[in-house]
Ligand binder design. Structure first.
Ligand SMILES: Cc1cc2nc3c(=O)[nH]c(=O)nc-3n(C[C@H](O)[C@H](O)[C@H](O)COP(=O)(O)OP(=O)(O)OC[C@H]3O[C@@H](n4cnc5c(N)ncnc54)[C@H](O)[C@@H]3O)c2cc1C
Length: 403
């Protein structure tokens, strides 16, 4: 009997991790990606231990390690004067949660996953191939594609839709109403500043999170500290030019006013950036189902989330691991997909909701902000970090440990 076959749509972080994980269970995997080339796109990603321990098991962590940085801490700062509110220690993440906390470039992670996949004969990758839909029976699922002018279908035992937050396969599975993305009233601005132009404080091996009224700033060093990755999140009315994706050039003159009341060091860092890109933040209320028959959603297609807990990629990586575990323990594909959904949906939904709640904490103003700052100081970094332990520990922790 030949090995079962999975068709995966999307060669982002989620799709590639799923390919590696299913191949570990003896499946043949065909990945299809609509981009013509997997180019250098994106910027910094924070990878928490719940993700890095999976990457390690997938054989991708070693290749990433050279390009990634293991931070000592996350520093929370009061925006107006740069006072440290708390320092959350991350250096012992590996001992505590089984994997390191890492800062990596999204392109470096994607490259490490591609290199790992290239070593596995059972995985094939087709670029420039766009999924247009699927049809399924009790016996199999056919995914329909177009490549240039030609159209074709590929048969598989399961279809994994890892086609991102605007997933057309999710719409095909559950219909249009589930398609609506919730657009936040905030924009994320993103840039990489060469180290030579960045102030010394931005090159420390830590993430800095400046909390200001209606705006916050996150920065950390990347790629052997040769760059500083900056993300600025500001309250900004939606404009047509601010799409949810990564390619919108933005005018720095629009950004500076949001940081007028920040400490001079934060303003200097914002001013040092040669160029910015921005997009409107979006997420989705948690879905109640991710699976229909032989089709499963994975990653942003299942649970797009706001970036305030830095868990978008990490949750996609957890999905891939859970999918592999379900396939390994349950031979019948449809039952295995249902087990995957049961293992993941509640936890990923909780992370989606916690990411929304975190947004409110970040952007408080006036008396509530002052109360937050006092509370953070009183709690201290180590106790604050405990609030995220249920995330960093991965799926092993019980629901009762969640906030
Ligand atoms: C270009 C890009 C840059 C990003 N940069 C960052 C970043 O800098 N920092 C950060 O925190 N997060 C970033 N993200 C988001 C982060 O990577 C994701 O939240 C997370 O990794 C979940 O990944 P995913 O694989 O589920 O989805 P995605 O990363 O969105 O990947 C989905 C993939 O599916 C492909 N696809 C979509 N539709 C089809 C179709 N019909 N047929 C075939 N292929 C299709 C897309 O081209 C894409 O490659 C980025 C995402 C993208 C797409």
């Amino acid at each position: 009997m030949s090995a079962p076959r999975a068709v995966i749509v999307g060669a982002g972080i989620g799709g590639l991790c799923a390919a590696l994980r299913l191949a570990q269970e003896g499946w043949r995997v065909s990945v299809f990606e609509k981009a013509q080339a997997l180019a250098e796109v994106g910027a910094g990603l924070q990878l928490s231990p719940n993700a890095t321990c999976v990457l390690d098991r997938l054989g991708a962590l070693d290749a990433l390690r050279d390009a990634a940085l293991e931070p000592e801490a996350t520093r929370l700062l009061r925006a107006r004067d740069g006072a440290t509110l708390a320092l959350m220690p991350l250096a012992d993440a590996r001992a505590r949660w089984g994997g390191p906390y890492l800062f990596a470039h999204r392109a470096d992670l994607q490259r490490a996953l591609l290199a790992a996949a290239a070593k596995v004969e059972a995985i094939s990758l087709g670029l420039g191939v766009e999924a247009t839909g699927f049809s399924q029976t009790n016996e199999n699922v056919e995914t329909h594609f177009r490549k240039g002018a030609s159209r074709f279908s590929v048969e598989g035992d399961v279809l994994v839709a890892a086609d991102g937050s605007r997933s057309i396969l999710r719409r095909a599975l559950f219909g249009a109403p589930a398609q609506a993305l919730a657009m936040s009233r905030r924009s994320a601005w993103r840039t990489l500043v060469p180290a030579a132009r960045a102030p010394e404080m931005a090159l420390r091996p830590e993430a800095a999170l400046w909390l200001g009224p209606g705006a916050h700033l996150v920065h950390y060093p990347l790629r052997g500290r040769s760059f500083v990755n900056i993300v600025a999140v500001v309250a900004e009315a939606a404009r047509p030019d601010v799409g949810p994706f990564w390619a919108n050039e933005a005018d720095p003159r629009d950004l500076a006013p949001h940081f007028a009341r920040f400490d001079a060091r934060a303003r200097a860092l914002v001013a040092a950036a040669p160029s910015w890109r921005k997009w409107r933040l979006h997420d989705r209320a948690p879905l109640t189902r991710w699976v229909g028959g032989r089709v499963a959603l994975l990653g942003d297609a299942a649970h797009p989330m706001l970036p305030f807990l830095a868990q978008g990629a990490a949750q996609a990586i957890e999905d891939a691991d859970a999918l592999g575990a379900a396939i390994a323990s349950i031979p019948e594909p449809q039952a295995a997909l249902r087990a995957y959904e049961a293992a993941r949906l509640a936890r990923a939904s909780r992370v989606q909701q916690a990411s929304r709640a975190q947004e409110r904490v970040c952007h408080l103003a006036g008396a509530p902000a002052a109360a937050r700052d006092v509370a953070m100081r009183l709690m201290g970094g180590a106790r604050l970090l405990e609030r995220y332990a249920w995330i960093y520990a991965g799926a092993g922790l019980t629901a009762s440990s969640a906030p």
